[in-house]
Design a protein around this ligand. Structure first.
Ligand code: RP5
Length: 164
């Protein structure tokens, strides 16, 4: 799956079951018109293809990789091991430990190979999309303006709230 234009952000996830959460990253980037692609790649089920994706990401024009994974969640770390592109990890609450395992796995990257870890689940996926947009906005003024407008709209929503 790809949005219009050459993708700048690669959204990958370890299983189709992760899409329930990771769709939030794609939706935010659709809204902000950040070209992205989404696909399932697993560090343990498809290791060669996962390595290939990371190794060729920069040459294909990707600027950022967002990786969602659950359990012994090594996908983001494996990505970061094969590219110097910024990798954003999103822990999936898909396991019997409700994602605490995924969170600790992704956030505890050893020194030298960083992964920017977001919150678990849909909130983290949405924030990953926003974070990717913020990075790209550093060199894209019109995206920076859309991001400012997006924030302003969220503020208006709060201020216009009426409690029963
Ligand atoms: C991980 O294992 C995936 O990222 C997913 O969160 C979890 C469960 O995968 P499935 O068994 O649903 O395919 O690899």
């Amino acid at each position: 799956m790809a949005s219009s234009g050459m993708p700048l952000v690669g959204v990958i996830m370890g299983s189709k079951s992760d899409w329930e959460y990771m769709a939030a990253a794609a939706e935010i980037m659709d809204e902000l018109q950040v070209p992205h692609e989404s696909r399932v790649l697993s560090a343990h089920r498809t290791p060669e293809q996962t390595f290939e994706y990371a190794a060729t990401a920069s040459a294909r024009g990707l600027k950022i990789i967002i990786a969602g994974a659950g359990g012994a969640a090594h996908l983001a770390g494996v990505m970061a091991a094969k590219t110097i592109l910024p990798v954003i990890g999103v822990p999936m609450p898909s396991t019997t430990l409700n994602g605490l395992d995924s969170l600790l796995s992704i956030v505890q990257m050893p020194k030298g190979v960083p992964v920017a870890t977001m919150a678990m689940g849909k909130a983290g996926a949405a924030n990953a999309g926003l974070f990717a947009a913020a990075i790209i906005a550093l060199s894209d003024d019109s995206l920076a303006e859309r991001l400012l407008q997006w924030r302003a709209a969220r503020a208006r929503e709060v201020l216009e709230l009426k409690l029963p």
